[in-house]
Design a protein around this ligand. Structure first.
Ligand SMILES: Cc1ncc(CN)c(N)n1
Length: 221
């Protein structure tokens, strides 16, 4: 049986925001087939911009994995994630053409800008490695859990949206998230109370940013 660590404890403690992030109405509407395509187009344009901003964040995680981790395998896990962002950007471009979303005219909304600022702050060398890895896991895990839900038994996900769901809901991405979680848990095991408090706070803030991000698709800012 998988060992329960700090992250599972924190998810239990902050269950309502975790559920809000991983079972948002926008995601549920994809799964039940009632999704409004204009919401999907909004999400697509905003997420394209987010992912471009996420690249330097992951590059920074990679540098920290090389410098601050005692384990050489951390670098390999993060490098795999960074490499897959290349495919992800190409995927966004082809979806942009398919859904007639011209990314050059998309303006980042407030929730997107605030999430980006939060990521920029996490790139400071002051932020401890276990805190960064916890945030990184949470960012990836929300998408994995959300889109995997759209593929679970009983879904009525429109066939033209299954590509998006497979991108983050596939087993390979699930295993990658699990590898990132293992890294975070290993680091948290040896962390001081102060670092643990910071990691818990960052985890909750990621979840809040993810909820605000989904909200944009429904016309929120
Ligand atoms: C907002 C958001 N969060 C997470 C992911 C997954 N990398 C994403 N593409 N966009």
């Amino acid at each position: 049986m998988e060992k329960r660590g700090m992250i599972d404890t924190w998810i239990d403690k902050h269950r309502s925001i975790y559920t809000a992030a991983t079972r948002h109405a926008f995601v549920v509407s994809i799964r039940d087939g009632s999704v409004d395509i204009s919401s999907f187009r909004t999400w697509l344009g905003q997420d394209y911009l987010f992912v471009r901003g996420f690249v330097p964040f992951v590059a920074n995680v990679l540098i920290r994995a090389c410098k601050d981790s005692g384990e050489s395998s951390d670098m390999e896990v993060v490098l795999g994630g960074l490499a897959s962002l290349n495919d992800e950007i190409e995927w966004f471009k082809s979806e942009g053409s398919k859904w007639d979303v011209d990314f050059s005219t998309v303006v980042p909304q407030k929730a997107n800008q605030e999430y980006r600022r939060f990521l920029d702050a996490l790139m400071s060398s002051e932020v401890k490695y276990p805190v960064i890895m916890t945030a990184f896991w949470a960012i990836e895990a929300v998408y994995q859990e959300s889109f995997a839900h759209c593929l679970e038994d009983g879904n009525k996900t429109p066939v033209e949206l299954t590509g998006a769901c497979h991108r983050w809901g596939n087993d390979g991405f699930k295993q990658y998230c699990s590898a990132v979680k293992d890294i975070a848990e290993r680091c948290l095991e040896n962390s001081s109370g102060e670092v643990l408090a910071e990691a818990e706070d960052v985890l909750v803030r990621v979840l809040e940013h993810e909820v605000a991000f989904w909200e944009m698709s429904r016309g929120g800012q």
